[in-house]
Design a protein around this ligand. Structure first.
Ligand code: ZN
Length: 160
Protein backbone atom coordinates (compact mmCIF):
# COMPACT_ATOMS: atom_id res chain seq x y z
CA UNK A 1 0.00 0.00 0.00
CA UNK A 2 1.09 3.54 -0.56
CA UNK A 3 -0.08 6.98 0.36
CA UNK A 4 -1.44 8.99 -2.53
CA UNK A 5 -1.40 12.71 -2.88
CA UNK A 6 -4.77 14.36 -2.16
CA UNK A 7 -5.54 16.99 -4.77
CA UNK A 8 -6.95 20.31 -3.76
CA UNK A 9 -10.00 21.98 -5.15
CA UNK A 10 -8.31 24.06 -7.83
CA UNK A 11 -7.35 20.85 -9.66
CA UNK A 12 -9.53 20.33 -12.78
CA UNK A 13 -9.96 16.56 -12.21
CA UNK A 14 -12.14 17.37 -9.20
CA UNK A 15 -14.54 19.19 -11.51
CA UNK A 16 -14.92 16.43 -14.07
CA UNK A 17 -17.54 13.69 -14.00
CA UNK A 18 -15.75 10.42 -13.31
CA UNK A 19 -15.92 7.28 -15.49
CA UNK A 20 -17.64 4.04 -14.65
CA UNK A 21 -15.37 1.15 -13.66
CA UNK A 22 -15.73 -1.55 -16.33
CA UNK A 23 -13.14 -3.98 -15.08
CA UNK A 24 -12.04 -4.48 -11.47
CA UNK A 25 -8.40 -5.21 -12.22
CA UNK A 26 -5.30 -5.15 -10.05
CA UNK A 27 -4.98 -1.39 -10.58
CA UNK A 28 -8.43 -0.84 -9.06
CA UNK A 29 -7.61 -3.10 -6.09
CA UNK A 30 -4.34 -1.27 -5.51
CA UNK A 31 -6.18 2.04 -5.73
CA UNK A 32 -8.72 0.89 -3.09
CA UNK A 33 -5.92 -0.17 -0.74
CA UNK A 34 -4.08 3.10 -1.25
CA UNK A 35 -7.27 5.12 -0.75
CA UNK A 36 -7.87 3.39 2.61
CA UNK A 37 -4.35 4.19 3.75
CA UNK A 38 -4.51 7.77 2.44
CA UNK A 39 -7.85 8.45 4.14
CA UNK A 40 -6.64 7.07 7.48
CA UNK A 41 -3.41 9.03 7.26
CA UNK A 42 -5.38 12.23 6.62
CA UNK A 43 -7.87 11.47 9.44
CA UNK A 44 -10.71 11.56 6.96
CA UNK A 45 -14.06 9.75 7.00
CA UNK A 46 -14.44 9.40 3.24
CA UNK A 47 -12.51 9.69 -0.01
CA UNK A 48 -13.34 9.65 -3.71
CA UNK A 49 -10.91 8.32 -6.35
CA UNK A 50 -10.72 11.64 -8.19
CA UNK A 51 -9.42 13.25 -4.99
CA UNK A 52 -6.26 11.22 -5.57
CA UNK A 53 -6.28 11.98 -9.31
CA UNK A 54 -8.06 8.89 -10.66
CA UNK A 55 -11.21 9.84 -12.55
CA UNK A 56 -13.17 6.66 -11.79
CA UNK A 57 -16.42 5.99 -9.94
CA UNK A 58 -14.92 4.66 -6.71
CA UNK A 59 -15.44 5.93 -3.16
CA UNK A 60 -14.68 4.75 0.34
CA UNK A 61 -16.51 5.76 3.51
CA UNK A 62 -15.74 5.05 7.16
CA UNK A 63 -18.43 3.87 9.52
CA UNK A 64 -16.95 4.41 12.96
CA UNK A 65 -13.38 3.33 13.65
CA UNK A 66 -13.65 -0.24 12.44
CA UNK A 67 -15.51 -0.39 9.14
CA UNK A 68 -14.53 1.13 5.82
CA UNK A 69 -17.00 0.58 2.99
CA UNK A 70 -15.63 0.37 -0.53
CA UNK A 71 -18.08 1.29 -3.27
CA UNK A 72 -17.39 0.83 -6.97
CA UNK A 73 -19.89 2.49 -9.36
CA UNK A 74 -22.13 3.63 -6.47
CA UNK A 75 -25.68 4.68 -7.24
CA UNK A 76 -28.11 6.31 -4.82
CA UNK A 77 -31.39 4.37 -5.08
CA UNK A 78 -33.41 6.02 -2.32
CA UNK A 79 -33.19 9.11 -0.20
CA UNK A 80 -35.33 10.07 2.73
CA UNK A 81 -35.66 13.12 4.96
CA UNK A 82 -33.24 16.00 5.13
CA UNK A 83 -30.95 17.41 7.73
CA UNK A 84 -28.38 20.14 8.05
CA UNK A 85 -24.86 19.27 9.10
CA UNK A 86 -21.35 20.63 8.98
CA UNK A 87 -18.94 19.27 6.42
CA UNK A 88 -15.31 19.65 5.50
CA UNK A 89 -13.31 18.12 2.69
CA UNK A 90 -9.78 16.77 2.51
CA UNK A 91 -9.44 18.63 -0.81
CA UNK A 92 -10.49 21.96 0.71
CA UNK A 93 -8.41 22.39 3.86
CA UNK A 94 -9.57 24.69 6.63
CA UNK A 95 -13.00 25.21 5.09
CA UNK A 96 -16.28 24.11 6.64
CA UNK A 97 -19.85 24.70 5.75
CA UNK A 98 -23.39 23.77 6.56
CA UNK A 99 -24.90 21.44 3.95
CA UNK A 100 -28.37 19.97 3.65
CA UNK A 101 -28.35 16.23 2.90
CA UNK A 102 -30.86 13.40 2.95
CA UNK A 103 -30.88 11.89 6.43
CA UNK A 104 -31.13 8.36 5.09
CA UNK A 105 -29.93 6.86 1.81
CA UNK A 106 -29.91 3.49 0.14
CA UNK A 107 -26.90 3.06 -2.13
CA UNK A 108 -26.07 0.19 -4.43
CA UNK A 109 -22.55 -0.52 -5.64
CA UNK A 110 -20.09 -3.27 -6.50
CA UNK A 111 -17.62 -4.53 -3.94
CA UNK A 112 -13.98 -5.33 -4.78
CA UNK A 113 -15.02 -8.84 -5.89
CA UNK A 114 -17.41 -7.33 -8.41
CA UNK A 115 -20.48 -8.42 -6.43
CA UNK A 116 -23.38 -5.99 -6.17
CA UNK A 117 -24.47 -4.95 -2.68
CA UNK A 118 -26.90 -2.55 -1.09
CA UNK A 119 -26.03 -0.24 1.78
CA UNK A 120 -28.63 1.55 3.91
CA UNK A 121 -27.10 4.45 5.82
CA UNK A 122 -28.22 7.14 8.23
CA UNK A 123 -26.52 9.96 10.10
CA UNK A 124 -22.85 10.65 9.41
CA UNK A 125 -22.39 7.67 7.07
CA UNK A 126 -25.31 8.83 4.93
CA UNK A 127 -23.77 12.30 4.77
CA UNK A 128 -20.33 10.98 3.86
CA UNK A 129 -21.76 8.80 1.09
CA UNK A 130 -23.63 11.75 -0.43
CA UNK A 131 -20.55 13.99 -0.18
CA UNK A 132 -18.36 11.36 -1.88
CA UNK A 133 -20.90 10.59 -4.62
CA UNK A 134 -21.02 14.33 -5.35
CA UNK A 135 -17.25 14.22 -5.87
CA UNK A 136 -17.83 11.62 -8.60
CA UNK A 137 -20.02 14.17 -10.41
CA UNK A 138 -17.43 16.93 -10.05
CA UNK A 139 -19.45 18.62 -7.29
CA UNK A 140 -17.82 19.98 -4.12
CA UNK A 141 -19.59 20.62 -0.83
CA UNK A 142 -18.83 24.31 -1.12
CA UNK A 143 -21.18 24.37 -4.16
CA UNK A 144 -24.03 23.31 -1.90
CA UNK A 145 -23.14 24.89 1.44
CA UNK A 146 -25.83 27.19 2.77
CA UNK A 147 -23.18 29.06 4.67
CA UNK A 148 -19.48 28.66 5.37
CA UNK A 149 -18.28 28.43 8.95
CA UNK A 150 -15.16 29.92 10.47
CA UNK A 151 -12.86 27.01 11.45
CA UNK A 152 -12.18 28.79 14.73
CA UNK A 153 -15.78 28.09 15.71
CA UNK A 154 -15.37 24.33 15.30
CA UNK A 155 -13.59 21.63 17.21
CA UNK A 156 -12.72 18.19 16.00
CA UNK A 157 -14.91 18.00 12.94
CA UNK A 158 -14.17 15.31 10.45
CA UNK A 159 -13.31 15.79 6.82
CA UNK A 160 -14.11 13.76 3.78
ZN1 ZN B 1 -14.63 15.89 -0.10
Amino acid sequence: MALRNILNDNHPVLRKRTDEVKNINSGVLRLLNDMRETMKDADGVGLAANQVGVSKRIIIAADGDEIIYELINPCCEEREGDELGIEGCLSIPQTYGEVERASKVVVTALNRDGKPFRLTAEGLLARVLQHEMDHLEGILFTDKALRLIDPADLQGDEES
